[in-house]
Design a protein around this ligand. Structure first.
Ligand code: CTP
Ligand code: CA
Ligand code: CA
Length: 577
């Protein structure tokens, strides 16, 4: 028997987020079809669509389309191009990140009894259990019910009850809502709790709108999976509430691929294995059958199919790292020393710019610098170095100083083997701000202006090194570096999207993606890592001096299947050229 749910969970998801950021910047675009597209090079042709206003969606424009296709669907479309970074030749998503920070500032300070978990750039899970309990206790159940009965139209202007029929043509929002308030909510505390949470989410969404001009949608249910699912039910600018009682009504007709963590390859393999499409069909499969095919995930699948999900909302706010990265796919791989120096210079400047913004916004200072790169044969290397200052020249010196020892080419011009991805990532934050003149080392010695952030962090400099000071990317080691990565509940170990991955997605970009898409990409990445780790680790021959007495580490072998990288629909989102 599954335990009856005891929590009240909300999800806020911004509507067509990047498109709204563009609309706020150019107010004449509100109410118009807008498509945000990726630049593919400073002067090159434009990349694919990554965000669309709902007006553009109504005209048939889809994510991933290229500009000519978009214009063919909708001739009056307004195209907004993601800007290029000032220092590095790559898309700069900073303005969306800053807009996201505005939204999170409101969510995080709305009520201290709400536990907030940032799930992506435009999405947060909220545990409302404590707040709702206290609200009902303070106002009194009967008083709350009286207030709702007379004022529900103004308290719940955008709320829907998800009971199954809310997707029928004959659905009437107000009728259905009023019937629920005066019926189930009056007699069943669990329904009333969902309703009260709905009031909180209406208010929070109104606060976000009035302070930022951004619209969002909301979901309320008894767990994360259902809150996320119902949030999408009446998008945009609406919210949907689901008491647990209606979970099977909703799930019966829900496509498996629409459920959190089932949108990708894993969900597809579940569908294929049993020849099913809906969550209702999944619920008809018994636990032992599930265990035969998916031993690690069977229990989770069994519960989710019945509308249960135990995953807790974890406080997650600040990003654990600031990362800049650049890919050099195929023939663009870097094979000249000059080019590598040029890019490290650009990335160092870009990283500094980002670090200063982070410092202003979050009053913290990074103490470690991770240099990582990928060679064209997919080998990934990383090295943790100490930050000296927030000065691009210093960062360049440290990064190039470490990298230059690895060149296998014998002449002074070329670089062997060519590099496919270069990444600089800063992490290990301590509380406080380093002023311009002091070095980080002295500041640290003096004790910094340390706050409690420091206490939560692991030791400052890692020595995850082999005898030559480098290691092949082992994701298990990096959990403490980045708090943003999202694993499916049955997965453990893969804790980071800091490093460039074998698929070549930009990690900084990855971090901002919706969690489902990111989880899917990380899954792919995992398969590739299995490959990387199976190649017996032999660092590039180099005259690297092993510093100090580095700890020898036994590399963990990944017991993962090794597949060819799958060709998947999410690839389309990332179309480059
Ligand atoms: N995003 C992206 N690349 C993707 C998917 C999403 O850059 N492959 C960005 C989008 O530009 C988007 C933001 O992440 O604005 C949030 O994604 P998501 O919530 O999935 O979509 P929205 O555009 O916000 O649209 P919706 O109203 O459906 O939530
Ligand atoms: Ca969104
Ligand atoms: Ca989202």
């Amino acid at each position: 028997m599954l335990k009856p749910p005891t929590r009240i969970i909300g999800l806020i998801d911004m509507d067509c987020f990047y498109a709204q950021v563009e609309q706020r910047e150019k107010p004449e675009l509100w109410g118009k079809p807008v498509a945000v597209v990726q630049p593919s090079g400073p002067r090159g042709a434009l990349g694919g669509v990554i965000a669309l206003s709902y007006e553009a969606r109504r005209a048939g424009v889809k994510r991933g389309m290229m500009v000519p296709q978009v214009k063919a669907c909708c001739s009056e479309v307004n195209i907004c191009v993601v800007p290029f970074g000032e220092h590095a030749d790559k898309p700069d998503i900073n303005k969306y990140r800053l807009a996201s920070a505005e939204v999170f500032e409101i969510i995080n300070t709305f009520d201290e009894r709400i536990v907030v978990e940032k799930a992506s750039v435009d999405e947060a899970f909220l545990d409302l259990t404590q707040l709702v309990e206290e609200m009902i206790a303070t106002e009194g159940r009967d008083e709350a019910l009286r207030r709702y009965a007379s004022e529900w139209k103004t308290i719940f202007p955008t709320s829907h009850l998800a009971e199954g029929a809310d997707k029928n043509d004959s659905y009437n929002r107000e009728e259905s809502f009023e019937r629920w308030i005066t019926g189930h909510c009056a007699t069943d505390f669990r329904h009333l709790s969902i309703l009260v949470a709905g009031e909180v989410i209406e208010q929070l969404r109104a606060a976000i709108l009035s302070k930022t001009q951004f619209y969002c949608s909301g979901g309320v249910a008894t767990n994360k999976m259902m809150a996320k699912l119902v949030c999408g039910r009446h998008k945009p600018r609406q919210q949907t509430l689901m008491p647990h009682e209606y979970a099977s009504n909703i799930l019966d007709k829900t496509s498996i691929q629409d459920v959190r963590f089932l949108g990708g390859k894993f969900g597809q393999s579940v569908c294929n294995r049993f020849g099913i499409e809906t969550m209702g069909q999944l619920a008809a499969i018994n636990l032992s059958k599930l265990e035969e095919s998916f031993p690690a995930q069977a229990r989770w699948l069994y519960e989710v199919a019945r509308g249960h999900d135990e995953e807790v909302v974890k406080t997650r706010n600040l990003l654990g790292s600031v990362t800049v990265s650049k890919q050099f796919p195929g023939k663009r791989a870097l094979a000249k020393i000059d080019d590598i120096q040029f890019w490290i210079t650009g990335l160092s400047k870009e990283l500094c710019k980002r670090l200063h913004e982070d410092q202003n916004a979050n009053k913290r200072t990074a103490t470690s610098l991770i240099l990582s790169f990928c060679t064209t044969n997919w080998k990934q290397y990383s090295k943790t170095l100490s930050m000296v200052s927030y000065n691009p020249d210093d960062i360049y010196e440290i990064a190039w100083g470490a990298l230059k020892l690895l060149n296998k080419a014998t002449d002074k011009k070329n670089w062997e083997p060519p590099l496919g991805v270069l990444t600089l990532s800063s992490s290990r934050f301590v509380g406080g701000v380093l002023s311009g003149t002091r070095t980080l080392k002295n500041w640290m010695k003096e004790g910094g202006e340390t706050s409690n952030i420091e206490k939560k962090l692991p030791a400052i400099v890692s020595s995850r090194v082999d005898d030559q000071g480098w290691e092949v990317f082992n994701p298990d080691d990096l959990e403490d570096v980045n708090t943003e990565a999202v694993n499916a509940p049955w997965e453990t170990g893969l804790g980071s999207s800091v490093l460039p991955n074998a698929l070549g997605y930009d990690p900084a970009f990855l971090n901002e993606l919706p969690e489902d898409i990111r989880a899917e990409l990380l899954h792919e990445q995992r398969l590739n890592e299995a490959k990387v780790l199976q190649v017996k680790h032999k660092p590039i021959d180099a005259k690297v001096e092993a510093k100090g007495n580095p700890k020898q580490r036994q590399k963990k072998k990944a017991d993962l299947p090794v597949d060819e990288p799958p060709k998947k629909k999410i690839k389309d989102f990332f179309k480059k050229d």
